[in-house]
Design a protein around this ligand. Structure first.
Ligand code: SAM
Length: 283
């Protein structure tokens, strides 16, 4: 039986009708290639719904028409994955060829096989990482912003504790014992700035703990020296150099940093990195 807690904030009331009209107009204009008019409409959307359930901020950034936000809004991530929880595995795994949790398992078996006492799966989704790593960890905690994704995971009865909430908030504030394995598979694409994420992971990691995560990337000429940016599919891409800096700044040594194909999008491979790192002894 899971310890299933809810930490999601209440959404403030919005004019749903005006919001739907502006959002649909923005999408149609974007599809028609009128990006300036689409950007104007997305700004209307943001004014109507500052919590940004529709992800207008990342859409603006992906069109090159807005500041790069520091992360995807909580409301957007929760809404997006609540909507897709039912068909998540058939879309991501079967249609888009996603198998990052299996790649994590393979890498761990090769370089850090455990066994682990306490695993924390950040952005656990429907529990795919827990499924493939269950026999490597005695206790598994999952955290996700989407209550519906957590419900799917809960039904699998694989995790020992589940929390609905933001991963960074959990890392910074959860009153829990530290973890010797922390995973975040396909979650960084919803976070841009990673300082708080790594700071929190370092806080909740035991000495010698393993951190395993994936990221998406873009060609160097597209990133153009930026640590992160919003890519064409509204997800954040991170530069490998930025990931390396975050690890080093927060006391993690990289055990393996490899190039992977995270998934396929419109038939094209989406490139990324798989990182396995170990928390070093504090000086
Ligand atoms: C693409 S899915 C990956 C799910 C799972 N890790 C896997 O490998 O199958 C991304 C998941 O991360 C969750 N997520 C994204 N940003 C998050 C955040 N800041 N805090 C908690 N969960 C987050 C989403 O709700 C979603 O379930």
């Amino acid at each position: 039986m899971s310890d299933h807690e809810t930490g999601a904030a209440e959404a403030s009331p919005v004019d749903e009708e005006a919001l739907a009209e502006a959002y649909n107009r923005a999408l149609a204009l974007e599809k028609a290639g009128d990006l300036d008019a689409a950007a104007e409409a997305y700004r209307e959307v943001l004014a109507l719904d500052p919590a940004d359930h529709g992800g207008a901020a990342v859409r603006l950034a992906s069109m090159g028409r807005g500041e790069t936000p520091t992360r995807a809004s909580e409301a957007y991530v929760a809404t997006l994955f609540d909507q897709h929880a039912g068909e998540f595995e058939s879309i991501l795994v079967d249609q888009l060829g996603y198998d990052v949790p299996a790649l994590v398992r393979q890498a761990l078996e090769e370089i850090a096989p455990g066994p682990y006492e306490r695993m924390l799966d950040l952005g656990c989704g429907t529990g795919l990482a827990g499924e493939v790593l269950r026999d490597m960890a005695a206790h598994i905690t999952g955290v996700d912003l989407s209550e519906t994704m957590i419900e799917v995971t809960d039904e699998k009865e694989l995790y020992d504790a589940l929390y609905v909430g933001d991963a960074v908030d959990f890392l910074q504030h959860a009153d829990v014992e530290p973890f010797d394995l922390i995973t975040a598979t396909d979650v960084l694409p919803y976070l841009g700035e990673l300082e708080a994420f790594f700071e929190g992971a370092a806080e909740l990691a035991t000495e010698g703990a393993v951190l395993a995560f994936s990221s998406e990337t873009l060609p160097d000429e597209t990133l153009a020296g930026r640590p992160f940016m919003v890519g064409p599919h509204q997800r954040f891409a991170h530069a490998q150099a930025y990931l390396g800096k975050m690890l080093a700044d927060h006391g993690f040594a990289g055990l393996a940093i490899g190039d992977i194909v995270v998934r396929h999008e419109m038939g094209q491979p989406v490139p990324g990195h798989l990182v396995i790192a170990r928390k070093q002894k504090a000086d």
